[in-house]
Design a protein around this ligand. Structure first.
Ligand SMILES: Cc1cc2nc3c(=O)[nH]c(=O)nc-3n(C[C@H](O)[C@H](O)[C@H](O)COP(=O)(O)OP(=O)(O)OC[C@H]3O[C@@H](n4cnc5c(N)ncnc54)[C@H](O)[C@@H]3O)c2cc1C
Length: 233
């Protein structure tokens, strides 16, 4: 396993609770849209065994052509030790990234694509949308639906949509509107549905999609193959 140590080059305050940490791109480090990585804070591998408290899975919210690795995360008032440390990190601090992989690359299969997310889950989808806007080949259109009860919506410059390029987007702040929309979108009998959020959120979305007749192989989750099957029962 290769561990890349790199530096924070910018911290963007996206909303009062959400920050994006921009990391220098280490030599030889590449990724594709939809990737997640392991973010390790200094000292995570100092002992005999790695300190899991200093490591979290994080999606990469940027594309390689943006030249920085974006990590977008919510830091609440009540926060873990990991987020405490992360919140205090300054520009120039080193962090580690390793085991980077995409379970949810953009499928170019001449289909409509619906991106369903909750809160900061939108970070996983930002690079998929940018990749599509750069090159729409073999994707009919994309629609994003994001629920965030804080109403401090994320990445609004990208997710305001570009309808003339086949990309539309909606933010909602409550479950009634959200699942009402999901039910309607599920009527598209050929489309692919990408879902990102907490496990509870995934389970609820899958239940609604399956109820409306969406087959398992049209539902994409940011899960490895073995855990994927547990969710898509
Ligand atoms: C493939 C994958 C990709 C992911 N991508 C991302 C991503 O891009 N961005 C992202 O943010 N997360 C992502 N996650 C989730 C991430 O790994 C963390 O699990 C998540 O951010 C929670 O972090 P945390 O455990 O440090 O807790 P926190 O976010 O600090 O807290 C989690 C919850 O517990 C509460 N809490 C924490 N500490 C206390 C306390 N002492 N007292 C009371 N309540 C407390 C908080 O208020 C919050 O509601 C991803 C996970 C996976 C599996």
């Amino acid at each position: 396993m290769q561990i890349y140590w790199t530096r924070i080059n910018e911290v963007i305050e996206e909303t009062p609770e959400i920050k994006t940490y921009m990391l220098d791109c280490p030599e030889g480090f590449t990724w594709e849209e939809g990737s997640h990585t392991h973010l390790g804070l200094e000292g995570f591998n100092a002992g005999e065994k790695p300190n899991k408290g200093l490591v979290r899975h994080m999606s990469i919210s940027t594309l390689p052509d943006e030249k920085s690795i974006g990590i977008t995360t919510r830091i609440r008032e009540q926060r873990s030790e990991f987020k405490h440390i992360l919140n205090d990190l300054e520009i120039g601090t080193s962090v580690a990234i390793f085991k980077t992989h995409s379970n949810v690359p953009l499928k170019r299969e001449d289909k409509n694509i619906y991106l369903l997310s909750s809160g900061v889950g939108l970070a996983t989808f930002r690079p998929l949308v940018l990749d599509y806007l750069n090159n729409a080949e073999q994707v009919n259109k994309i629609h994003s639906l994001n629920i965030d009860s804080s109403r401090d919506y994320l990445f609004t410059n990208v997710f305001e949509g570009v309808p003339e390029k086949g990309f539309t987007s909606r933010f909602v702040d409550n479950r009634k509107d959200y699942y009402g929309d999901v039910q309607k979108l599920a009527q598209d009998k050929e489309a692919l549905f990408y879902v990102v959020g907490s496990d509870e959120f995934l389970a609820q979305n899958i239940a609604v999609l399956r109820e409306e007749g969406v087959e398992k192989d049209r539902i994409m989750l940011d899960k490895h193959e073995h855990t994927l099957q547990e969710f898509l029962v």
